[in-house]
Ligand binder design. Sequence first.
Ligand code: ARG
Length: 479
Amino acid sequence: MPAKRKEKERKKPGKKGGGAAGKKLWGGRFTERTSGVVEAFTESISFDWRLWKYDIEGSIAHAKMLGRQGIISKKDASLIAKGLCEIADDIEAGRFSFRRELEDIHMNIESALTERIGPAGGKLHTARSRNDQIALDLRLYLRAEAANITGLLKRFKDALVQAAEKNADTVMPGYTHLQRAQPVLLSHHLLAYAEMADRDLARLSGAMKRINVLPLGSCALAGTSLRIDRHFVADLLHFESVSDNSMDSVSDRDFVIEFIAASALVMMHLSRFSEEIVLWASQEFSFIELPDAFATGSSIMPQKKNPDVAELVRGKTGRVYGNLMNMLTIMKGLPLSYNRDLQEDKMPLFDTVDTVKAALGVLSEMLPAIGFKKERLQGTAEEGFSTATDLAEYLVRKGMPFREAHGVSGRVVLYAIKNCKMLTALGLDELKGFSRLFEADVFDVLAAPASVNAKQSYGGTAYSQVSRQIRKHRKAPGR
Ligand code: ARG
C-alpha cells in the first residue's frame, strides 16, 4: 500500500450526475438513462469513498483466490492486482476522481480498473456481489478502527492511572446525590473511571470476535456455483473465521450495532467524566485548574475560562446515542437478505468512529495537564459532617447496634449544625452527652484522612486498597 496521505487531499466525488445507462456496470437490462434525481438520491460514493483502501485490499485477495482456483487465469489475476495497486496509489496521491454516476466505491474502483487494464478488469467481480463486498469492506474498516479505538482507550486509561498515582494520597469529598457523603481519595475517584475503561475495552474485544469474520464469497445471497475457496481468502485477509450462512452474512449488521453500542458506553463514561471536569472547574467547586491550552474564552466576558472540551465531549455523546438508535431502527424491519436500506449504515458508523476517536484523543491529552487543588479538595473533605458514618461505625465497634448508632450520630450532627461546629471541634464531654460509649479515641476517626484510611474493606478507598488497584492496572494496562 502507498504511503499515508491526508484524506482531505483526495478528490471528493463531483456533484454532476446523468450518466448513460450503457455506462452503468449493471446497465445490461436497462434501456433508459437513470434519472439525475435517482442518481443523486441513491449514490453513496460521497461517503463510502472512505472505504477505498479496504475495498482494494479485499479485491486483491479475491482476485488471487480466483487465479489460484483456476476460475480466471493467473495472468489476469496478477494484472488485476497490479491495476488495483496503481489505483490505490492514485487515490492516496489525490489523483483519482470519484464519479457520482458510478454510484459507490465498488463500482468506481471496478470501472477504473477496466479502464486501466482492459477486459481482464471485467473478471474481478466473478463469484462476488456488491452485497458481500460491502459487508467485507465494513468488517475490514471496523476491524482496523476498533483496534485504533482500543489503543486510544488504553492511552486514556493510562492517563487516569498516572493521575491517580500522582495524586495518590489526596483526600477529597466523595458524593452521593451530589451532596458531600464520605471522604475518599482522589486517586480512588479517578480509578473508578479506569475500571469503566477496562469494561469498555472488554466489550470492544468481544465485539472484535464477531467483526473478524469473512463474509466474502456469500455473493448476492446464495453463494456461487463457481469453485471458490473462501478459507484461502480469509487467511489472506487475516480473518479468524468464515461466515457459515450466506444469507446472514450479506444482510446482518449486528456487528455494526454492537460496535456502536460499545462506543455509546465509552462515550457515556467519557461524558460522566467530562461532567465532573465541568463541575470541578467551576468557582463553586474550585477543585481543579484547567490548563489554558485546553480551555476557551468568551467573546464578551473577558474574565471567562470555559471548559468547552469537556462540554463538547458531553455533547457529542448525543451523536453516538443517536447513531445507535439510527442503526437499530434501520435494521428492525428488514426481511432477509440484502436490502438497500443497509447503505444507510455507513454514516452513523463513520460518525461514531470519528467522534469516539476525537473524544478519547483530546481527553487523554488534557488529563495530564489538569491541576488538582490539593488543599481545597482536602479542606472540603473535612466539611459537611462527612465523617458522621465513621462516628456511627465507632459506636458499632463499641457494641452498639448500627441502627441505634446511626440515630446517635445523627443527633450529634444536628447539635453540631445548631452550634455551628465541625465534628472535629466537639469536646469529649459534649459527645458523652449523646452516648457514654464515646472515649478520647473517638477523635482518631473524625478527621478525613483517618476516615479514608479506615476504609480497608476490599475495593474501599483506603490507600492500601487504592495502591492494590494501581498495581493491578500497571500489570494489565488494558484487558
Ligand atoms: N452501496 C451499497 C451499500 O452500501 C453497496 C451494495 C449495493 N448492492 C446492491 N445490490 N445495490 O450497501
